[in-house]
Design a protein around this ligand. Structure first.
Ligand code: ADP
Length: 327
């Protein structure tokens, strides 16, 4: 017989993503709606280990739905990798009577939650908060839409100056293992080439097409590169091109952390609100140790022990479209 959940904790862990605050708000208010006591755990699992836990009221989450970052802060916690650290964390929850947890983070945070819930009698629910959109079991993750829209806005601006000077820009977006931000922002900004970790780059093809464009005076070109592409980022790609085509004016722009910040888009706020609501419903209904996803616009629950990074399969069709539309 599962113990009834009466007091819950919410934490944000690992890499931050815009929309985390909207998810925290949804969890707190849905919890209170169900008559639960809700606690905010500061700095991810660190707050659990170090007993940095605060009581949350409905007003604690007022005026945050539009804010990037996370009011609970986030961190990577070494102690949580060890049983001793997790035991300490458990004791800190137990002394307050917290008997349910919502973990907002990426696949690493879900792994921590899975191990914790298998060792101790505290059910855990994961909420996918990552700009990389690389978790199997959900079509969307909280923060991706904002990050990709930030990238699109920045790349559009770069195109203006590239156009004014007839330059080739190599633009690096975030994505160490996943190329979703590069793929989506590259297509949406009309990039000539998109380099992502999941797909082998044939540099000769890129060089041939740049050479051909140079001949017909098409000098404004954008190449969008995910930071984890096989060449090691935008600067390396630019170096290779410069060596082969020394006449080209090349500039490199690395978008960096602006992609993590900023006000979440409407899409991310809705996603976070819906997922946050369902995380608490799961705890109340006894659907434990899963993470909340959305597949084909329906709620989808994946056991935490099956939460893995999604290896993206980029359809050849997308690449064909990129090529045809960017001539
Ligand atoms: P993300 O959730 O963004 O993928 P990380 O992979 O850095 O971020 O994980 C966040 C935190 O989750 C880690 O710092 C650690 O505290 C916890 N964690 C990750 N993997 C494990 C694990 N195998 N065992 C215990 N805790 C883990």
């Amino acid at each position: 017989m599962k113990q009834k959940v009466t007091k819950i904790g919410i934490l944000s862990s690992g890499g931050d993503s815009p929309g985390m605050n909207a998810a925290i708000r949804a969890v707190v208010r849905t919890g209170i709606h169900h008559g639960l006591e809700v606690f905010g755990i500061m700095r991810g699992y660190s707050g659990m280990v170090e007993d940095d836990i605060i009581k949350m009221e409905s007003r604690s989450v007022a005026n945050i739905i539009q804010r990037g970052g996370t009011i609970l802060k986030t961190a990577r916690c070494k102690d949580f990798f060890e049983y001793e650290g997790r035991k300490k964390a458990y004791n800190n929850l137990k002394k307050r009577g917290i008997n349910g947890l919502v973990i907002l983070g990426g696949d690493g945070s879900f792994r921590g939650a899975q191990i914790f819930s298998s060792e101790f009698d505290i059910p855990c629910i994961g909420l996918p908060g990552t700009i990389d959109k690389d978790i199997a079991g959900t079509d969307f993750t909280i923060g991706f839409d904002t990050a990709v829209n930030t990238a699109v806005e920045a790349i559009d601006k770069i195109r203006d100056t590239a156009d004014a000077h007839d330059r080739l820009f190599v633009i690096e977006v975030m994505g160490r293992d996943a190329g979703y931000i590069a793929l989506h922002s590259g297509i949406a900004t009309g990039a000539e080439n998109i380099l992502i970790p999941e797909r082998k780059t044939v540099m000769n093809d890129i060089l041939d097409s740049l050479e051909e464009k140079e001949k017909r005076q098409k000098l404004v070109n954008l190449i969008v590169v995910a930071e984890g592409d096989e060449f090691g980022g935008a600067q390396e790609v630019a170096n290779v091109i410069k060596k082969k085509l020394p006449n080209l004016e090349i500039r490199v722009a690395i978008l960096g952390h602006i992609q993590r910040g900023g006000s979440p888009t409407c899409m991310d706020r809705l996603l976070a609100s819906r997922m946050g609501y369902h995380a608490v419903e799961c705890l109340v209904e006894g659907k434990h140790n899963v993470f909340v996803g959305i597949v084909n616009n329906k709620m989808h629950y994946t056991p935490l022990n099956e939460a893995v990074k999604k290896k993206q399969v980029i359809s050849q069709e997308w690449m064909k479209i990129v090529k045809i539309l960017s001539t």
